[in-house]
Design a protein around this ligand. Structure first.
Ligand code: ADP
Length: 485
């Protein structure tokens, strides 16, 4: 469990930080709050708590500047007026550049976020590249319809970019969230003001630099690192922003929606939290189910909006499952995220997780793995497993966003499983679950083409796939009388 030894022996030395300012109108600039204040905030290495860099802190005034640049780039071009093919080629060149700098980008992401280097280098940066190639492909395939209306009319729809998109992203997948947001917005011809998460501002600045190298005109993508209640809220309230896309907590999502409504009623898409069930049926292959349930929760330090954070196991296989899940959790390789073979790095956000572990113990759930000795210092990483969890315990109802697995027992009710070999059970369940994604006999299977988003309080709208384009397009109906029908 100890990270101390690993910290001295990282396989990839951290890179240096080249870009730590605001990116406005194609230039890296200081924060201008209160007349060139040059205000900054520290971004930390989650392994040690040490400062990596002091990053320019954008505020309302910087958001104003960024929105003005985005507005001008949108209204005066060249971006929305370029041919779709030209936009496509810039996005493809960008994907090539990111691919070329794969390891450097991955190392920066690990340093700033605590994610595993192997995960960044082998999965997340390649996924970023794939997403941009996917969206580049859409750029010249977005078009309207010709509609046979009643009467002597020529009716067509134009699918136009929505304008200036304000985008707010979280710290758990800084690069992937950048691609989910920026990719479709650019493919559709919008301009953007992106506010990165205060914990992880660095990777977005580096890739944005590459995007300009690939030929993106100035002002089309503006990046403002800063805090939520200041920069984020200013973006949501701005009268000249035409759309907000947000990923983060449900609580903040409500604030975002309210700010958007109170200002100019800009449309909002939200990708929020969840408490996703992982359901193991009695006929499941238990060894496989244990492994997958473990992965579904602990992946990315448990910091996933779609983490399988309620493991429901049929009573007939419950004891066997818990015993094996415990053995698996105790075996988890936690430590320095730069080290090869690690499964888990340090947490990016700690206090809330510790609170829930305390509540879990107090509410009478059984601690199968983890304990106080692992929780003493910031750099510590750990995995925690509770069994005998009941539906009404807070560890079973609230999003913890950390490496805390909770195992619940069920008899009837659902009587169906995500993890099952029974086709009828799978079919019943996929229809019954009110969730934006149902993974059957798999989990966290992501792809550029598969839409992602939530039902209920998990969000509004879908990202990725063709569905995501809708978020960034307006539909204009054009009606012309026909003289000689
Ligand atoms: P978390 O608790 O996981 O950090 P948040 O939803 O608070 O999740 O943060 C997600 C993103 O939302 C971050 O970029 C954060 O700065 C931003 N944010 C937080 N509060 C606000 C707010 N009031 N208005 C706009 N954005 C916000």
């Amino acid at each position: 469990y100890s990270t101390a030894a690993a910290l001295e022996d990282p396989i990839k030395p951290p890179v240096s930080v080249q870009y730590d300012k605001l990116l406005i109108n194609g230039q890296f600039v200081d924060a201008h709050q209160f007349f060139e204040s040059g205000k900054t905030f520290p971004t930390l290495d989650p392994r040690t708590g040490e400062v990596i860099a002091h990053v320019a802190e954008g505020d309302a005034e910087d958001i104003n500047r960024a929105v003005a640049a985005a507005r001008k780039a949108f209204d005066e071009g060249p971006w929305p007026k370029m041919t779709a093919y030209e936009r496509q080629r810039i996005l493809l060149r960008f994907a090539d550049l990111v691919e070329k700098h794969n390891d450097e980008i991955a190392a920066l992401e690990t340093w700033d976020s605590g994610k595993l280097y192997e995960q960044c280098a082998q999965i997340e940066v390649p996924m970023f590249v794939r997403l941009f190639r996917y969206y580049a492909g859409w750029a010249d395939k977005i078009h309207g319809l010709t509609i046979p209306a009643d009467g002597a009319l020529h009716v067509q729809t134009l699918h136009e970019p929505i304008g200036v998109a304000g985008q707010i992203i979280p710290w758990n997948f800084p690069l992937v969230m950048f691609a989910w947001k920026v990719g479709p917005a650019l493919a559709c011809g919008n301009s953007i003001v992106l506010k990165t998460a205060e914990q992880t501002p660095l990777s977005a600045l580096l890739v944005s630099k590459l995007l300009h190298e690939a030929g993106l005109p100035d002002g089309v993508l503006n990046v403002v690192p800063g805090f939520g209640p200041t920069a984020g809220a200013a973006l949501c309230s701005h009268m000249d922003v035409d759309k907000i896309a947000f990923t983060g907590s449900t609580e903040t999502g409500k604030v975002v929606l309210e700010l958007a409504a109170k200002s100019n009623l800009k449309p909002v898409t939200l990708e929020l939290g969840g408490k996703s069930p992982f359901i193991v049926c009695e006929d499941a292959d238990i060894d496989q189910a244990v492994e997958l349930a473990h992965f579904s929760l602990f992946f990315n330090q448990g910091q996933c909006c779609c983490a399988g954070s309620r493991t429901y196991v049929h009573e007939k296989v419950y004891d066997e499952f818990v015993e094996k899940a415990k053995a698996r959790a105790l075996k988890r390789a936690v430590g320095d995220p730069f080290k090869a073979g690690m499964e888990q790095g340090p947490q990016n956000s700690f206090e809330k997780i510790l609170k829930y572990i305390r509540w879990g113990k107090e509410s009478g759930a059984t601690v199968e793995a983890g304990g106080d000795r692992d929780l003493v210092q910031r750099a510590t990483t750990f995995s925690q497993l509770f069994s005998n969890v009941k539906d009404d315990m807070r560890i079973a109802t609230d999003e913890i966003f950390g490496p805390v697995q909770t195992i619940l027992k069920y008899k009837y009710g659902l009587a169906a499983g995500v993890f099952t070999h029974n086709l009828d059970t799978a079919n019943t369940l996929m229809r019954a679950l009110r969730a934006g994604t149902v993974w059957i006999n798999c989990f966290d299977t992501f792809d550029a083409t598969i839409p992602f988003g939530g039902y209920k309080m998990s969000g509004i709208g879908r990202e990725k796939g063709e569905y995501s384009l809708k978020n960034y397009l307006q539909v204009k109906a054009v009606v012309t009388p026909l003289k000689n029908p």
